[in-house]
Design a protein around this ligand. Sequence first.
Ligand code: PLP
Length: 485
Amino acid sequence: MKLIYEKSVAGRRAVRAPRRTVPGRELIQKRLLRARPAELPEVPEIEVVRHFTNLSRLNFSVDTQFYPLGSCTMKYNPKACEVVAQHPGFVGIHPLWPQLRGGGQLTQGALRLLYETERLLAELAGMAEFTLQPLAGAHGELTGAMLIAAYHRDRGNTKKHILIPDSAHGTNPASAALAGFQVVAAPSTAQGTVDVEKLKGFINAETAGMMMTNPNTLGLFEPDVRRIADLIHAVDGLMYYDGANFNAIMGRCKPAEMGFDVCHLNPHKSFASPHGGGGPGAGPVGVVERLRPFLPISRVVKTRDGTFSLDYDYPKSIGYVAPFYGNFGVLVRTYAYLLLLGREGLRAVSDHAVLNANYVLSKLKDIFPAVSDHCMHECVLSAKSLVAGGVRAMDIAKGLIDRGFHPPTVYFPLIVPEAMMIEPTETETRETLDAFIQAMRELAQTARANPAALHAAPVTTTVGRLDEVAAARNMDLAFKEKKSE
Ligand SMILES: *Cc1c(COP(=O)(O)O)cnc(C)c1O
């Protein structure tokens, strides 16, 4: 495909900007002014439309294909939520307005939305209060770890380490370390859940807390979570809940009831906001009553006369963790989604997410061994039986692309050899799941009959198989004109 710069012909135009009528050029320092016109592609409108439409068609997306990328919850985003997010009243406001004199009146709707979203999340997670500021799950983890540190500092505790299961997502240890804690890995049993007996050996007076994902990254519910919480609380440690897998339990079970004190949720996973491609996300963090004083500012409060305003008067707060109120547009979609589904709807979501994952698991576990006979919202299968024939999980993943499916997450969790982590999400039809299962079974056959065919995959994409290490280390993202000799 030609780049738009390569389609440029001098003098061609899509639109002509109107002549500038506002003064201002004289206010800009001379050295900052452009000396030559910008080198923009010169193309007519139809070429621009075709260019970007064709580019968009090179993409894999939930709107075009099945996207069972485990742990990421790439679920369908109802278009109704997009309509709400595009409302001119939400799109057109400036984040400083609520803080300006009289601005509070202009932004009552937005503040109310933030306030009510916060209340809904607190209800769903069983927490006393949420901050909506963090901009992603990982950012929520960091905020949570900072809240844990603030709690211990306030009590004069000298705590050093945070316990994290060896099955955890890589952001967990990274967040704990950034907040100043040492990370101690908690071993899993052969079944893939936290080994409570071994864990006891790691818990001591220096334990600041424990971070857990439940269901964990193997798609298994941690049955001992309450016992673990009791052990951690006994040394005045705090329990952190990584809510990335909330889609499995929402409406059924609350992190606070499992014994957690701090949790983040991922609206771009559980609450149907666009996800991936570097788009904005959010990572609201909820806490139990005794951690409330430490939550970030500003906070949206409801005053006695029923209006909404910002409050900054929390002397123990860890301060701002992001500008203003977080990614407002993502929070609008979250609010719309929560109201669209309601209590019963959210519960139906987690029921169907779990049902779909178990359907896939039951139809594939005979050829791809699974870590367990049952799972929550995702299943982890292994491609290890194909390794002797020269085919790895990565080859199966690439083969799926040629069949029109996004690959599952591969090689994670690290404790499962040749792991393939499949998360179908709740909205997929039985026909889609059957087509995926069929493709996986055919790929296993191809792996045995003709491994070379799988090593060549993908062959249907614009770019074939990448050297993933080189692609990450030597990124080449800038346009360079190819000079004709
Ligand atoms: C996605 C994910 C995270 C990180 O969330 P981001 O929003 O991507 O920063 C953390 N833990 C688990 C288990 C995840 O799946």
